[in-house]
Design a protein around this ligand. Structure first.
Ligand SMILES: Nc1ncnc2c1ncn2[C@@H]1O[C@H](COP(=O)(O)OP(=O)(O)OP(=O)(O)O)[C@@H](O)[C@H]1O
Length: 253
């Protein structure tokens, strides 16, 4: 089976007027259909940069990124992004209009079809009661759920999520994580999820890629995350193991 997303030897650099910043160095991984694939690493290791490159917003200086065998060259409706920031919704549009917007503009669906699809995904994130609300009247968690509904309604090949729950309080964060997993049970979408929290990576992912600090290089890949259980202590053991893998070099000094 060929991978849905194939990231092969990808080096990503930013050119600023004074310096050339290498964000990731020859990173390789692949994501299969229905994977919940997590990029995990400390701040500054290039997770967001990798996600942006998969999104088509940044071209690799080295290596290739392919979706279903096609090289990624620009942004496309086959890859939808959900960001950490709460201000990613259009403030002058209601919840329903926000979710409909890319369906009308990018997918060019007829209005009725776009509305039906938007309503169905808003229902999936339990926000039907807020259909006609404007973003400024919603809590942070509700805004993130709208952004998730908007991304999922496009039915992309892969949903790209950049720390979508990082700015939420702990309780809301847990609820949003549970909802995302519930949604995944229903639709088995493919997601590439960025986080710097080991616990969140274990909760969300079935596979986790561990990245070293700046510049980001692959440290290890953990592929059997689904086998751990939060109740028998195995999740705690995996968390400890991942912590050791991530910080092995620091411990040696
Ligand atoms: N627009 C930019 N111009 C120059 N350097 C940048 C730019 N964006 C990011 N960088 C640098 O690239 C490196 C990787 O940044 P990136 O945001 O991808 O890391 P990250 O792992 O997502 O971190 P965090 O968890 O803090 O968001 C960092 O050293 C950062 O300073």
């Amino acid at each position: 089976m060929s991978a849905l997303l194939d990231v092969s030897g990808v080096t990503l650099r930013y050119k600023t007027p004074s310096v050339l910043v290498t964000a990731t160095d020859r990173v390789s991984f692949h994501v299969n259909q229905s994977d919940r694939f997590v990029l995990l690493g400390p701040s500054g290791c290039g997770k967001s940069t990798l996600l942006k490159a998969v999104g088509g917003y940044l071209n690799p200086s080295e290596g290739k990124i392919r979706i279903k065998g096609r090289e990624v060259a620009e942004p496309g409706a086959d890859r939808m992004m959900v960001f950490q920031e709460f201000d990613q919704l259009l403030p002058w549009k209601t919840v329903l209009e926000n979710v409909m917007f890319p369906l009308l503009v990018a997918r060019k669906l007829p209005r009725k079809e776009a509305e039906d699809k938007a309503r169905a995904y808003i229902e999936k994130v339990n926000l039907t009661r807020a259909l006609d609300a404007y973003p400024h009247t919603l809590s942070g968690g509700m805004k993130q759920r709208v952004a998730i509904a908007r991304g999922m309604a496009m039915e992309p090949d892969i949903l790209l999520m950049d720390e979508p729950f990082a700015a939420l309080d702990a309780l809301t964060r847990r609820t949003c994580q549970d909802e995302l997993l519930q949604l995944w049970e229903e639709t088995k979408f493919t997601v590439l999820f960025v986080t710097h929290s080991i616990a969140e990576a274990i909760k969300i992912g079935n596979r986790i890629l561990l990245l070293s600090p700046h510049p980001g290089r692959v440290k290890a890949e953990v592929n059997d995350v689904d086998r751990v259980s939060p109740t028998d202590g195995s999740a705690g053991q995996l968390e400890k193991h991942i912590h050791e893998l991530l910080f092995a070099e620091h411990a040696a000094h």
